[in-house]
Design a protein around this ligand. Structure first.
Ligand code: BGC
Length: 450
């Protein structure tokens, strides 16, 4: 990061976005405390970080085979996939379908009818209408599971807010919609979170993989816990002795434990979201909010006369107009150049920016994305220290991790500073985990059954 030319006033204004090492250690301590509360039977009902049991116990070993369907709901896109697994090889065909906003905010029945309709269209196109294929359903929202194919929605997150789904079993809702549609047959083998899918799809090739992480539209992580520590799973068959825990870390901070680092931008983003007071950690990290956090800082600095001679444009002052991808693009400019930054400012109708403005704008982007990477890193380091295994691979997916030019390096640096001596780790991009992982969970379930 080349910061020497950044105006001192901008640097000072951004100080509240900087999390130093002692602060990150304090956040890690609070997070561990919350994870332990989520895992324990007695404290789970009131825990903020829920640590949901996923019922996924066995990781793939590469020998899984067969033909599977997968549904992936919960990121920017809804996808239907057809996946064929054979020994250490897979083939995948998929199609993206839009979920219009009126469906995201409409009735649950309407949402699932739409999903069933897309599934039927896809199966027709792939000529598998006459087969009864096993299906894995990646549903990336907080679920209380009572089995691999049973999950009650606890709350909506990201932009979704459909009525009559919270408190219901979403697998049943999917089955009902498919029955209403009438012309497709499937067998739902598993419902899973995208973090679990990401973990599974990396573990298929890499046996050290024990953490799955998403930094995309939303943010969350899962990890492999010893069954004896997952108290809510203690009455279940011992199986492998392990179980994957879906942390739902987006909710960390919802009881105020992150208030000591939250800023006016965070409070603004939260107040204007569809779920105020919820997912406060996620709102400091993920792609759905990072652009807006940056825009709010830029708006403030403009109004204080520190940017663009005190005058910007209506676009820059419009909620949601500064996309998260802008942050990645601006930080992709090689040091000393400002090409993308200029283009983006032009797109926002700011035609009078000086080179100094561009340097300052980049600095604001860097502060917002570094803070996100630091928070994610503090969470991952907490898990690595808790698991206390000498070598762990973290499987990661999501648009922020994939497209931000420095997110990986920022994470490597911060995790290294927080992890206990003797623990080594890698961060591995696990592309398409939520699709492939759904097929793998379904496949492992059928391998174990056999
Ligand atoms: C959801 C998680 C999900 C994450 C990443 C969050 O908003 O609650 O279930 O894993 O987004 O998609």
């Amino acid at each position: 990061m080349s910061t020497e030319k950044v105006d001192q006033a901008i640097r000072d204004g951004c100080k509240e976005l900087v999390l130093d090492l002692p602060t990150l250690k304090e956040i890690s301590k609070r997070f561990l405390n919350d994870v332990n509360k989520g895992l324990k039977k007695e404290t789970h009902p009131t825990a903020i970080v829920k640590c949901f049991v996923t019922f996924v116990q066995d990781l793939p070993n590469g020998s899984e085979k067969g033909k599977f369907l997968a549904l992936d709901l919960g990121g920017t896109n809804f996808r239907v996939l057809l996946i064929e697994l054979s020994k250490h090889h897979f083939e995948m065909r998929s199609k993206i379908y839009a979920i219009p906003q009126h469906i995201m905010l409409g009735s649950g029945e309407h949402l699932f009818d739409h999903i069933a309709d897309c599934l039927a269209k896809f199966m027709k196109q792939e000529h598998v209408m006459d087969e009864t294929l096993p299906l894995g359903f990646t549903f990336s929202f907080p679920l209380t599971q009572t089995g691999l194919t049973k999950g009650t929605l606890e709350r909506w997150t990201k932009g979704f807010n459909c009525s009559n789904v919270v408190g219901n079993d979403v697998v049943q809702m999917l089955k009902d919609a498919i029955a209403r549609h009438g012309d497709v047959k499937i067998e739902v083998c598993a419902i899973l979170n995208d973090t679990t899918g990401t973990l599974m799809s990396c573990a298929w090739k890499n046996p050290n993989c024990r953490i799955g992480l998403i930094v995309g539209t939303g943010s969350n992580a899962c990890y492999v816990e010893r069954q004896k520590n997952a108290e809510l799973f203690d009455d279940v068959d011992k199986g492998s002795g392990n179980v994957v825990i879906n942390l739902e870390w987006g909710a960390f901070g919802d009881d105020g434990v992150l208030d000591f680092v939250r800023t006016a931008y965070d409070r603004d983003v939260d107040t204007n979201s569809v779920n105020p007071g919820k997912q406060l950690h996620e709102k400091m990290i993920s792609g759905m909010y990072m652009g807006e956090l940056t825009r709010l800082a830029l708006e403030r600095f403009t109004k204080e006369g520190l940017l663009f001679g005190g005058k910007a444009s209506e676009a820059l002052f419009t909620r949601g107009r500064f996309y998260t991808k802008y942050v990645s693009e601006i930080e992709s400019d090689p040091p000393g150049t400002i090409t993308s930054c200029r283009e983006i400012l032009e797109e926002l109708d700011i035609h009078h920016a000086t080179d100094q403005d561009c340097i300052n704008v980049r600095y604001v982007c860097e502060r917002v994305s570094k803070r996100a990477a630091d928070l994610v890193s503090s969470g991952i380091a907490t898990l690595l220290n808790k698991m206390n295994q000498s070598r762990v691979t973290v499987a990661i997916d999501g648009s922020v991790y994939k497209y931000h030019p420095h997110f990986h390096n920022l994470m490597m640096e911060t995790i290294s500073q927080l992890v206990n001596p003797g623990i080594t780790f890698d961060l591995m991009l696990s592309e398409d985990g939520s699709g492939r992982g759904a097929a793998l969970v379904a496949a492992v379930a059928s391998r174990i059954r056999q």
